[in-house]
Design a binder for this molecule. Structure first.
Ligand SMILES: O=P(O)(O)O[C@H]1O[C@H](CO)[C@@H](O)[C@H]1O
Ligand SMILES: O=c1cc[nH]c(=O)[nH]1
Length: 259
């Protein structure tokens, strides 16, 4: 752990009070990090809004200190934030994200809890060999599943595809680029056959970092697109999907034991 003020997250361990938080809820979207802090934590203090990486310190209903922080979109940004969070003493990270389902039985509004990731992400290759497993922490993951069961939230546990692009990498052609390079044509159907549940853009690198650095990581994502039906995000179900992911993570963070 360091006393340094970290360059990107723009706070240091000395800003975190005592006892300092060891768990972080990490959202891609800064507005989600803010919403989580304002809605589900108490005695909230803003730590920084540097570069849109909004971070808040607050307390769960059982008094446990927790960070609600922002990873930004994609693995390069996430890798910077996660490295710095670990430097200020974070030992557990739950990613709270959004994703696109690629299985017909996983509807918009439900949540996917990742057991592991197929990690097709360049940033992860700077951290570990490409073959290195991108596995979620089993204890944090079970805590998420238990939370979803207790809250009666429709949830699916399985493998996530973490990729670097929202459009080409997730085989979207309804965009500024209608041309897909050959290796990506049919990739979604191939992943479907491989029992991959969903697409998102951070979990794989987070899981590899957890293995290498020695912290615990898990991911829960609200399903906002159903890729067997359409490429589009379904905005009418987005809030419900995100809220389901958030309350599952809050419940799990409350129940999980300190290391
Ligand atoms: O909602 P967040 O957490 O940002 O997650 C998903 O949404 C973004 C793409 O729209 C990517 O970051 C993807 O992983
Ligand atoms: O389809 C989707 C939806 C959210 N996030 C993604 O990465 N893909």
């Amino acid at each position: 752990m360091t006393n340094k003020h970290l360059y990107h997250i723009d706070f240091g361990w000395e800003d975190l009070g005592s006892p300092s938080p060891t768990i972080a809820l990490l959202s891609g979207d800064p507005q989600r990090a803010n919403f989580i802090a304002q809605t589900y934590l108490h005695d909230v203090r803003i730590l920084s809004e540097n570069r849109g990486l909004h971070s808040y310190l607050g307390y769960l209903p059982n008094g446990k200190p927790v960070l609600s922080a922002t990873s930004g979109m994609g693995a390069p940004s996430l890798s910077i934030v996660v490295n710095e969070l670990v430097q200020v003493g974070i030992q557990k990270i739950i990613r709270i994200g959004t994703c696109g389902s690629i299985q017909p039985h996983i509807p918009v509004g439900s949540i996917v809890i990742s057991s592991a990731a197929l990690c097709r992400q360049g940033a992860a290759n700077d951290i570990a060999p490409v073959e290195y497993p991108a596995a979620a922490d089993p204890f944090l993951t079970v805590a998420l599943v238990n939370a979803a069961q207790e809250l009666k939230i429709e949830h699916y546990l399985g493998i996530t595809a973490s990729v670097d692009t929202f459009y080409e990498g997730q085989e979207r052609t309804n965009s500024a680029n209608s041309h897909l390079i050959r290796k990506l044509e049919g990739i979604t159907e191939e992943y479907r056959q491989l029992n991959i549940l969903n697409y998102e853009m951070e979990a794989g690198t987070l899981f590899k970092m957890a293995g290498v650095y020695g912290f615990a990581a898990a991911a829960v994502c609200g399903v906002v697109a159903q890729r067997t039906v359409s490429e589009n995000v379904i905005s009418t179900s987005k809030d419900m999907a995100i809220n389901n992911a958030i309350i599952t993570a809050i419940h799990a963070a409350t129940n999980v034991k300190n290391m």
